[in-house]
Design a protein around this ligand. Sequence first.
Ligand SMILES: Cc1cc2nc3c(=O)[nH]c(=O)nc-3n(C[C@H](O)[C@H](O)[C@H](O)COP(=O)(O)OP(=O)(O)OC[C@H]3O[C@@H](n4cnc5c(N)ncnc54)[C@H](O)[C@@H]3O)c2cc1C
Length: 339
Amino acid sequence: MDTTPHQTDVAIIGAGPVGLFAVFECGMLDMRCHVFDALDITGGQCAALYPEKPIYDIPGYPRIDARLLIDRLFEQAAPFAPTYHLGHAVSGLERAGDRFVLTNAAGVRVTATAVVIAAGGGAFGPNRPPLDGIEAFEGKSVFYLVRRREDFRGKRVVIAGGGDSAVDWALSLAELAASVMVVHRRAKFRAAPQSQNRLEELARVGAVELVIPYQLGGLEGVDGRLDAVIVADLAGKTRRLEADCLLPFFGLATQLGPLADWDLAFDDSRIAVNPATCAASRAGIFAIGDICAYPGKLKLILTGFAEAAVAAHAIHPLVHPGEALHFEYSTTRGVPGSE
Ligand SMILES: Cc1cc2nc3c(=O)[nH]c(=O)nc-3n(C[C@H](O)[C@H](O)[C@H](O)COP(=O)(O)OP(=O)(O)OC[C@H]3O[C@@H](n4cnc5c(N)ncnc54)[C@H](O)[C@@H]3O)c2cc1C
């Protein structure tokens, strides 16, 4: 539990591409940031849903893998020393005088002058399999996302699920894991036909074992270290699969959650903003990226980047009242640590 009270200029909810770029834009205007994300990694949809897919419409990059774009944005924000609070959704947002207090389930409490909501489609969370005691293994040997495939080199990996993530990661990890078993409750997978054919081919040559039709039944291990995954077929017959890691891929769910209770005006399920400032309906709260709505809004990363700049300029007078903001290019100003 982090019970130290934090003070900052801007609290950013969401560490997706747009939230990360907001750190840079705020930093360029001398505003410090704390950034929250429900996921335990930065990158939002780019990191959680398509890290290895190339993006073609980021200006200046004819092609860039989503994960690499996030690495670059993280690097670009770093000179402004943001503080990240990852792994828990912001659950509370309250007004305290002329400031805001944000809290999460880990006991983090941040007081900020302005709030930027860059929450995409809502807080990401995995669909967890209902296994007794799974929490003790999470982050140690049960993972809902693959951060770095190298982490699985030489490991006995059990993957559960029948969609694209399960199949794509089985194909990818088969190249470096000690063994890969794929547990699915149906004989048919719901993945791209090409990937499915490739998986069946790997199963034929013994590079992957398909454990079908089975579903997860339990976990064995101590102190979060997995020894085996117990699976059961529809008739209740069980098997014990020796394993170091379990990757359950049952999809990620997004939840607007507490955002919906913060007295903000919504347009459909997105936060209505004034496009000239990205200000939401409550003073001091701004929304940018996929979560915001205004006429003509495009749900694209590049649009979110521009909104981050617009919001930072609108927030400046709140954080630095009475200080004139002289517009400067980054080429004129530079960033901390640049020559
Ligand atoms: C398969 C796919 C391909 C795509 N390809 C492209 C493309 O080629 N070009 C393009 O421009 N766009 C593309 N997109 C869309 C692009 O990914 C989104 O526009 C972009 O991710 C929006 O960024 P964001 O930062 O606003 O939100 P997100 O990336 O959704 O990040 C929001 C973050 O906020 C967090 N969050 C939400 N609520 C809370 C809370 N209460 N507390 C803490 N954290 C919270 C979430 O966990 C999440 O991590 C694609 C999307 C998908 C799914």
